[in-house]
Every structure is written in structure tokens, then in C-alpha cells.
Design a protein around this ligand. Structure first.
Ligand code: FAD
Ligand code: UDP
Length: 369
């Protein structure tokens, strides 16, 4: 078989590059995916009860990148959706990211008002302060608050999720959910926040619908690399696996997803409830909040983090970055192979960041770089 490009992986990175190359270079593209479906970790499907669920954890699309939003909007219409998360703290459910509403939910009104004033004085209304930064405060009130939030919301959750303490990870990890000096309860503040109107699977089917694209499922690219003649490759799988772990395994964090369908209309008040301190799981997501599906029953998912298994999260810390850089040097020597995506670049990317980097890579390819 003669094709121009092989693309390994049918997630956002692979699908974006396949679509760009097929459309703009008018080249034959073969997408090889080892799973039995397209969509990578953003894959969604109807469960046995007919409820739309996300097989690999809740996926909420959010971005400030207009070009990414415009690009994906060619393949889907959107259901506007603002994700809200509550965390269980001492038996109370409080909004996360921790904000002024959380303050009043946890402390007596007088104390909450004093802490609010101290936060606004120090950082200004509307500021987003990473918890590790807040802990550096020299003001007694703020230091008390920082330690409280750290202990009740970040410490246990992070230990479960990563097997590490917050300060052992790159600060950007806990910085994703900064203390927000605001009354805004939304989990994200991006300009565009939505879920594909008919699900991610339909979005991916449309991205890959070009006549120049063929998709081969249930196939590890290694099974075909000697049988198929191709000129260039885009690889979106784990970079260490590509190089047969010559420098050792890059650590990833994995998850076990436990689904349940309940014979009641709703299980919880918001899309996700976090359990920083109780249980072995980190959070419970109820999908109908995300998808807007109307149904008499409801499906939920618990996420149990663990060390081995499918690689879901690169673990950002200096040691792992140093190991990744060794693999990166090997990757740079592969002149016909481009490495893109969350696993191939060992980056804790959101979906929009993956599409952004894939679009930039496609531009370089189109310009012949
Ligand atoms: P992937 O989606 O991982 O795709 C890579 C594909 O390559 C996979 O399908 C894999 O099977 C395939 N592959 C690997 N090796 C081979 C091989 N040897 N041969 C053939 N195929 C191979 N982002 C958000 O923006 N919002 C969210 O709410 C959000 N929630 C998330 C929740 C969880 C639990 C997780 C794990 C991630 C979440 N993300 C979220 C991140 C999002 O999933 C990723 O940014 C995005 O899906 C990465 O796309 P990708 O194409 O780089 O990788
Ligand atoms: N985090 C936490 N408690 C929370 C929410 C988040 O400690 O209630 C920390 C934790 O380390 C988590 C990180 O912030 O892994 C990033 O959270 P996010 O919700 O962005 O994670 P993701 O959705 O990518 O799993």
C-alpha cells in the first residue's frame, strides 16, 4: 500500500493534523489507532442505558484561543456549558476554584468578611492567586487562609491524584485551579466554554471524513510500519514508547474509571464534585450536567488515580522534564517524523492547547519547514 502520511493516534492532535494535511496538501493520509475508536481520550459514547458518557473522564472544552474555537466550529455546533465544581470540605460542599463564595460557605460571616478584605487589599478584586503563592504571604490572616485551603482542598486531592505533594509538582499543576478573588463560581473563566452539541465522537467523525483520510482502528502502528510504504509520519503516542524506553520509562499517572447508572433523575447539583479528603477516588462527575441530555436516569463516574496503566497524565516536575528532554533530542533527529500532542510532547495540555500546537505544526508542514 502506498500512502503519503501515516498519523499515529486519532485524538485531537492526530485528527487535526490528518484533516489539515488531507485538505491542504491533498495527500493520502492513513490514521492508525490502537484503540477501537477515534477521539483519543476525548471519546464519548452512549452507555447501555442510552446516556452519553465520556469514557476517559469528563471533557469540557474551554479556550481563549479564537482560532482554535473557529477551527473546531467547522466540524461541530456547540452547547454552551459553564462547568461548576464543588469540593467536599468538612461535610460541606464549597465552590472550587476557591473563591469569595467558598469563604462565606466555610467561615462565620464576620471572619469571612475580614478574610475577603485582606485578600482584596493584598491582590485586588478579580485576581487569581495560585495556592502555593498564597502560602508565601506574610500577612497572618492570609497565611492562615492559605494553610486552610492547602490542607482542606489541595493536599489530599493532589496526593491521591499524583502520588505527590503539591510542592513536589511543577507549580503550574495546582496553579490550574487558583484561588479566585471573585464571586464567579465557574471552574473556568475562558471566553469560549462548551461541549460539542452532538458529542465529541461526531466532531471527530467529521474531522476525519475527508476522502484522502483512511482510519485503521485496533492497530498499533508497529504492526504496519514495515508493510505500509509512507513518506512521513506524525506520532501522537507516548514519546518514551516510541523509542523503546531507551532512557527508562517516563512516569505517567493513570486512572481507573468506575461508572454507575442510577434510577433517579439527578445525583448531584453540579457537573463534578471533588472529594479531596475522603475516599480513594478524587471526584464524581454526572454527565447529564455536561451534555444537557434529558433522561429519566443518570450516569456518574468516579475517578481512581493510580501509578501504572494507560498513560493519562504526564507528571510535570523537574526530574521528569529532564528525562523528557533526552527523548526530545532523539525525536529531533527523526527528520521524517513529527511528534505532537499531550503524550508525544509530555505536556499537561488541555484539548485547546493540543489543537493549537497541532495547527501550528500543520502550518509548518504546509510551509515545507
Ligand atoms: P490522546 O487523546 O491521548 O490521543 C493519542 C492517541 O494515540 C490515543 O487514542 C492512543 O490510543 C493512540 N496511540 C498511542 N500509541 C499508539 C500506537 N503505538 N499505535 C496506534 N495508536 C496509538 N482537556 C480539556 O481541555 N478539558 C477537559 O475537561 C479535560 N479533561 C480531561 C480529563 C481526563 C481524565 C484526562 C485524562 C484528560 C483530560 N483533558 C481535558 C485533556 C485531553 O484529554 C487532552 O488534552 C487531549 O485529549 C489530548 O489529545 P492527544 O491527541 O494529544 O492525545
Ligand atoms: N486540585 C486539588 N483540589 C481540587 C482541584 C484541583 O488539589 O479540588 C489540584 C490537583 O493537584 C489537580 C490539579 O489541581 O490535579 C489540577 O486540577 P484540574 O481540575 O485542572 O485537573 P484535571 O481536570 O486535569 O484532572
Amino acid at each position: 500500500m502506498k500512502i503519503d502520511w501515516v498519523i499515529v493516534g486519532a485524538g485531537f492532535a492526530g485528527a487535526t493534523l490528518a484533516e489539515r494535511i488531507a485538505t491542504h496538501l491533498d495527500k493520502k493520509v492513513l490514521v492508525v489507532e490502537k484503540r477501537d475508536h477515534i477521539g483519543g481520550n476525548a471519546y464519548d459514547e452512549y452507555d447501555e442505558s442510552g446516556i452519553l458518557v465520556h469514557r476517559y473522564g469528563p471533557h469540557i472544552f474551554h479556550t481563549n484561543l479564537k482560532h482554535v474555537w473557529d477551527y473546531l466550529s467547522r466540524f461541530t455546533r456547540w452547547r454552551p456549558y459553564y462547568h461548576r465544581v464543588l469540593a467536599v470540605v468538612d461535610g460541606k460542599k464549597v465552590p472550587v476554584p476557591f473563591n469569595l463564595n467558598s469563604l462565606y460557605a466555610l467561615f462565620p460571616p464576620g471572619q469571612a468578611a475580614r478574610l475577603e478584605e485582606a485578600l482584596i487589599d493584598e491582590y485586588g478584586f478579580g485576581a487569581r492567586v495560585p495556592i502555593l503563592k498564597l502560602r508565601e504571604s506574610e500577612k497572618k490572616d492570609l497565611r492562615f487562609l492559605a494553610d486552610y485551603i492547602y490542607e482542606k482542598i489541595f493536599y489530599g486531592y493532589t496526593l491521591k491524584q499524583w502520588g505527590l505533594k503539591p510542592e513536589e509538582l511543577d507549580p503550574s499543576v495546582t496553579g490550574r485551579v487558583p484561588v479566585y478573588i471573585s464571586r464567579d463560581d465557574r471552574y473556568f473563566q475562558d471566553k469560549y466554554q462548551a461541549i460539542p452539541e452532538h458529542g465529541y465522537n461526531q466532531l471527530f467523525r467529521r474531522m476525519l471524513a475527508h476522502p484522502n483520510i483512511n482510519v485503521l482502528l485496533n492497530t498499533d502502528y508497529r504492526e504496519i510500519e514495515n508493510e505500509v510504504k509512507f513518506s512521513r509520519m506524525v506520532y501522537t503516542g507516548p514519546i518514551d514508547a516510541f523509542f523503546d524506553y531507551v532512557y527508562g520509562k517516563l512516569p505517567y499517572r493513570s486512572l481507573r474509571f468506575e461508572f454507575a447508572t442510577l434510577d433517579r433523575e439527578w445525583f448531584q447539583d453540579v457537573g463534578t464534585v471533588n472529594y479531596p479528603n475522603e475516599f480513594d477516588f478524587t471526584r464524581i462527575t454526572e454527565f447529564k450536567h455536561l451534555t444537557g441530555q434529558e433522561y429519566s436516569g443518570t450516569s456518574i463516574m468516579r475517578e481512581y488515580p493510580y501509578a501504572d496503566g494507560d498513560p493519562y497524565y504526564p507528571i510535570p516536575c523537574p526530574e521528569n522534564e529532564a528525562l523528557y528532554k533526552q527523548y526530545r533530542l532523539l525525536a529531533e533527529k527523526e527528520s521524517n517524523i513529527t511528534f505532537v500532542g499531550r503524550l508525544a510532547q509530555y505536556r499537561y495540555y488541555n484539548m485547546d492547547q493540543v489543537v493549537d500546537v497541532a495547527l501550528k505544526t500543520a502550518e509548518e508542514i504546509l510551509r515545507g519547514i
